[in-house]
Design a binder for this molecule. Sequence first.
Ligand SMILES: Cc1cc2nc3c(=O)[nH]c(=O)nc-3n(C[C@H](O)[C@H](O)[C@H](O)COP(=O)(O)OP(=O)(O)OC[C@H]3O[C@@H](n4cnc5c(N)ncnc54)[C@H](O)[C@@H]3O)c2cc1C
Length: 403
Amino acid sequence: MNSKRVVIIGAGPAGLMAADILSAHGILVDLFEAKASVGRKFLMAGKGGLNITHSEPLPNFILRYDHSDWLKPMIDEFNPNDIVSWMQSLGVSSFIGTSGRIFPTEMKAAPLLRRWLSNLKKRGVSVHCNHYWKGFTTNGDLRFSTADGEKVITPDATILALGGASWPSLGSDGAWVKILTSSNIAINPLLPSNCGFKATWSQHMDSHLGKPLKNIAGWVKNDSGEIQKSSSEAILTTYGIEGGLVYALSRPLREKVVSDGEATLYLDLLPYVTLNKLRALLAPSGKQSINNIWRKAGLDSVKIALIREALPKDKWSDPICIAAFIKEYPIKLTGMQPIEEAISTSGGVKREALTEDLMLCRLPNVYCAGEMLDWDAPTGGYLLTASFASGRFAAKGILKNLT
Ligand SMILES: Cc1cc2nc3c(=O)[nH]c(=O)nc-3n(C[C@H](O)[C@H](O)[C@H](O)COP(=O)(O)OP(=O)(O)OC[C@H]3O[C@@H](n4cnc5c(N)ncnc54)[C@H](O)[C@@H]3O)c2cc1C
């Protein structure tokens, strides 16, 4: 077993975690990466503060994934507490933010990646950068394009950890979809997730674009009338709207946009004020200007601009009408931002194309892990957690099956 050679393609969180497990068990690991250095998306994730996992109770945590029953055994084996302990084992401490999100104390990915990589190298993992996987030979061997021409490698087992298709400049370009589809592997189309959505604003909104909508709640109604909610911030942009609230609702919004060509995002612009209280606050009062009344009710300039944008002027002095509008402000979304600009990708290799150990049913000894699998989750540390956990799980599958 120890003389077995496993190739991992893709040096992101999933591939690195697979290398970690296999090398700890004495397997010879060759890690191939298209880019000139490893973990570029992981490093980018650390730019705004590396939200590596989340502290909410595990039963709730699991439900954040669209395919939670599939991911549960993987995350049970490498849960948020395990991620914290694993970071600690690399000398990286962490903290829980006010929203329950977990970050390394230094917030960045670079120190963690540096220590992780050095550990892997000490265990003999060979890292081959600038090796772009092009597919299989007719014998099922691996074809790489390199600066020195094509290389063909014949491992005992392979893990594909090629990522999704967002931010392709960081390495994951989704080209694997074509390769695996030609081997008749079932794949759900890659679509943008945790992304901005298109909406049209009049010129009147120009000076408010780029500004945040703070302390708001939002929801989407699906065809069966179910409501999915989120409360966070959003940012109005030249193309429409983005930000944490929109990302958290990106799955139901995307489903609506894909099926109907458009979706409606409803916002409560003052979620901490009841409808009745709001009606009272918005009642005309003496010589006070409408703007003054609105400000005193708690609306800032961006929220006021949104109301002026969509509510006819003759309704501005009607407290019942305007209060209802503030509590259920509809924004028509007509599309998603391109996948290249999304934080993550939905779709990927379908569960039924894989064994329970994440081996491709049609390609024995070829496993898949990470964001290239067909699962989706909001931001909040869920993406990295599932990438780590599935990388680990695929590696464990190899340890079990490769005799
Ligand atoms: C801006 C941004 C911020 C993010 N912030 C967070 C966050 O705070 N928390 C969180 O949980 N998630 C976050 N994410 C998402 C997270 O980074 C990804 O879900 C995660 O990196 C996926 O890991 P992976 O190993 O599956 O794929 P990737 O990290 O994409 O790694 C795949 C690797 O495969 C390589 N590769 C692809 N094709 C080939 C090929 N043909 N040949 C050889 N190599 C190839 C790529 O170069 C890449 O290095 C963020 C993403 C972005 C873009």
